[in-house]
Design a protein around this ligand. Structure first.
Ligand code: MN
Length: 727
């Protein structure tokens, strides 16, 4: 099984290098390798690296990496010589003379790529990609040598300035990681990703490293235990296989944390197991054995054998509940598949020594070059290249040229949350490449995106259906939960006011003598707001709350019914408050119900008018009639699609006064009657009158006169009701 270690090697010498090459390629041209070794050593002599070591340690390590990938002799020699043109004034002609033209071409390709100045500006980056693709299209080995070069530079990045560390790591993440991924060289890709994380987000990297190390013993025990069970089962079915387990790479754990918006401790599946068998039939047989020995997790099985990934990766993936009900991922593949998974395109050169094979190209590069000819815009090319390189993500630029990687299909809303939670929460739309787009617009790689915000904007439930990234989802949910809590606190305060009044006391006077603090303590709520929220959400009924009142407040008798009424009334208030949502806005913006809009004063549209919406800076969305002549010229070109919400009903607040026989439970039965025909109650006041009559004033919301009549009729039909009128 392959787990290539690319660590910086100091002890390797010429004999060791040759020994390793012969190890997998007995026909290798030793003489040429020895010549290249001494040639590079001579030309770099006197040069030092930032670490203080002789410069030659660098090309030697690059060559060593190429040996680990089992590349051909030309590539290894090119690795040894890759910096002599740039740093030692050796001409390509000289290399061709001393070695051969293939080697010279690879070295020239590497030198060209190293001269590309990578910047984060959109156009430049597109140009970078074009050059990279052109360089590697001539000979794929150029890019493999270049990856080995970058690998060693990343491995020794701690010796350069912090500024350079960040710059190089970002460049690696933006350009080399997608390339390694597209070429299927996963061993290089995951190692580069971990190194990028280490230098770009050191706090996160070292915290992860610490967390992973902390439970090392426990995990190793767990891996051993799981492997034993797997092995036992495989032997039982007489399947010969090699099984191994290890923690996933830091970067893939980090990506999971980001995608789900959670912390390390909440990530369950940090272990990956791999079973290597001899042929495809055994892969499926092994899968069957594992699925019948453990509980498979539905929806997590992927068959990359039947449908290989675009980079030729093949394997079966499944997720099961392992011992102690832990979720573990198991990959099942053959030896060949494993080799391709680790070394990707590099596997092409194994056993394929010879000048002609070295020119192997992948079909997609041809297509890309063909396509290149018909594309004018750099951004468009980059979209194609980037999407092709890494199907997983899109690359988006801020107006300042910063680059962000987001999930494929991500919207401006995802981008807004990727920048900052507050920007996400107040996002009303975006300008993509200078053009206004709605929130649900799907972004493409290379898009330059400016987020438009408004102080009055608030996240809504609809947003959860728009966003694609876990981060945005969890931030929206967080906000919605907070709103729910705020509402509960408000309702809780109201209920307490009502309940305490029954006992002739109040929050204020209880607070004065310190009793309120005691009540909160007795309720085992952590804070005063927690206490209100618990009352508001119905976790504590008002009956329970008064239990906590000090003794001298409990004198009042026959209060049970009053408390019952408070409880049931508060429930109906809370219910109608929660029900409020979809139908509350008159205008639907871009298919969403919950976007706050402002009617333009100039034309004051009323339902039924043809309307247009414009995004205004800082003031959200303004609605004009289509025929309005006073639309600000600066608003033009910032239009969003708007429509009248057919479900929306304009509500007018109305007070009604009800007189009843003074019977217990009247408040409840009237509230129920009103709620039963779908009318919202804004507030209610009840009082007892001297002649054994009850008087109530309800503030309700109705759409019009006929609805008001309907409510009045409904209340009048109650047995104890004496009169109902508009107050
Ligand atoms: Mn180099």
């Amino acid at each position: 099984m392959h787990h290539l270690d690319f660590s910086h090697e100091r002890d390797i010498d010429l004999d060791e290098l040759v020994r390793r090459i012969i190890g997998y390629n007995s026909d290798a041209d030793q003489t040429l390798v020895r010549k290249a070794y001494l040639y590079a050593q001579k030309h770099h002599s006197g040069q030092k690296r930032s670490s203080g070591e002789d410069f030659f340690i660098h090309p030697l390590n690059v060559a060593t990496t190429l040996v680990k990938l089992q590349m051909d002799v030309d590539s290894i020699i090119a690795g040894l010589l890759h910096d002599v043109v740039e740093d030692c004034d050796v001409t390509p002609e000289e290399i061709e003379e001393e070695f051969n033209s293939e080697i010279a071409q690879i070295v020239v390709g590497c030198t060209k790529i190293s001269k590309i100045k990578f910047k984060t500006k959109e156009e430049t980056q597109a140009e970078n990609f074009r050059k990279m693709v052109v360089a590697m299209a001539k000979d794929l080995r150029v890019i493999i040598v270049k990856l080995a070069d970058r690998m060693h530079n990343m491995r020794t990045l701690q010796y350069v300035s912090e500024e350079k560390q960040k710059m190089k790591a970002q460049e690696t993440l933006d350009i080399y990681v997608p390339l390694a991924s597209r070429l299927g060289i996963n061993s290089v890709k995951s190692e580069l990703e971990d190194l990028c994380l280490r230098f770009l987000k050191p706090e996160i990297y070292y915290r992860l490293a610490e967390k992973v190390a902390m439970k090392k013993k426990e995990r190793e025990g767990y891996i051993r235990e799981t492997l034993e069970i797997v092995q036992e089962k495989l032997i039982e079915y007489s399947l010969k296989a090699e099984a191994k387990g290890r923690p996933k790479h830091f970067y893939s754990i980090y990506k999971k944390m980001m995608a789900r918006g959670v912390d390390f401790d909440q990530i369950q599946d940090v272990l990956a197991f791999r079973v290597i068998v001899s042929n495809i039939t055994e892969c499926y047989k092994c899968l069957g054995i594992i699925h019948s020995s453990f509980t498979p997790i539905p929806g997590r099985f992927k068959d990359y054998i039947a449908i290989p990934k675009i980079n030729n990766y093949q394997s079966l993936h499944t997720m099961i509940l392992g011992p102690k009900a832990e979720r573990i991922e198991i990959q099942i593949r053959t030896i060949e598949m494993d080799e391709i998974a680790e070394t990707g395109v590099a596997a092409h050169w194994k056993y394929k020594e010879g000048p002609r094979k070295g020119r192997d190209k992948l079909a997609w590069i041809d297509e890309l070059l063909e396509f290149n000819k018909s594309i004018q815009s750099g951004a468009e090319l980059m979209d194609v290249v980037k999407n092709d390189l890494d199907i997983g993500g899109v690359f988006i630029f801020t107006p300042q040229g910063e680059i962000h990687e987001l999930k494929y299909g991500a919207t401006p809303l995802d981008f807004a949350y990727a920048i900052h939670t507050e920007i996400g929460n107040t996002c009303v739309g975006a300008k993509v490449n200078g053009k206004i787009v709605p929130l649900r617009h799907r972004m493409k790689s290379g898009d330059s995106v400016e987020i438009l915000t408004s102080r009055t904007q608030r996240p809504s439930k609809d947003w959860l259906n728009i966003v694609k990234t876990g981060r945005a989802k969890s931030k929206i949910k967080q906000y919605l939960l907070k709103i729910e809590r705020d509402k509960n606190i408000e309702v809780g305060k109201e209920i307490l006011d009502k309940s305490f009044r029954v006992f002739s006391t109040s929050i204020k006077s209880l607070r004065k003598n310190g009793d309120f603090a005691k009540i909160i303590e007795d309720s085992s709520s952590r804070t005063e707001d927690d206490f209100y929220a618990n009352v508001g959400s119905g976790k504590y009924s008002s009956k329970q709350v008064v239990e906590w009142l000090p003794q001298e407040n409990k004198k009042t008798e026959a209060i049970q019914e009053q408390l019952d009424e408070i409880d049931s009334f508060s429930k109906s208030i809370a219910h109608s408050a929660r029900k409020k949502s979809n139908k509350d806005n008159a205008v639907i913006v871009d298919g969403m119900h919950d976007v706050m809009v402002r009617m333009a004063r100039c034309c004051n549209p009323i339902p039924g008018d043809p309307i247009v919406g414009y995004i205004t800076r800082g003031r959200g969305i303004t609605i004009h009639t289509s025929s309005c002549t006073r639309i600000d010229t600066c608003e033009l070109g910032r239009g969003v699609e708007v429509a009248w919400n057919s479900e929306f009903i304009f509500k007018h607040p109305v007070n009604i006064r009800i007189v009843t026989h003074d019977k217990p439970g009247m408040l409840t039965s009237i509230s129920q009657a009103i709620n039963s025909i779908g009318i919202n109650i804004k507030s209610a006041i009840a009082k007892s009158m001297p002649d054994r009559k009850g008087s109530f004033i309800f503030e309700i919301e109705v759409a019009g006169y006929s609805e008001l009549l309907k409510v009045i009729g409904k209340i009048e039909s109650l047995e104890e009701v004496l009169s109902v009128m508009r107050a």
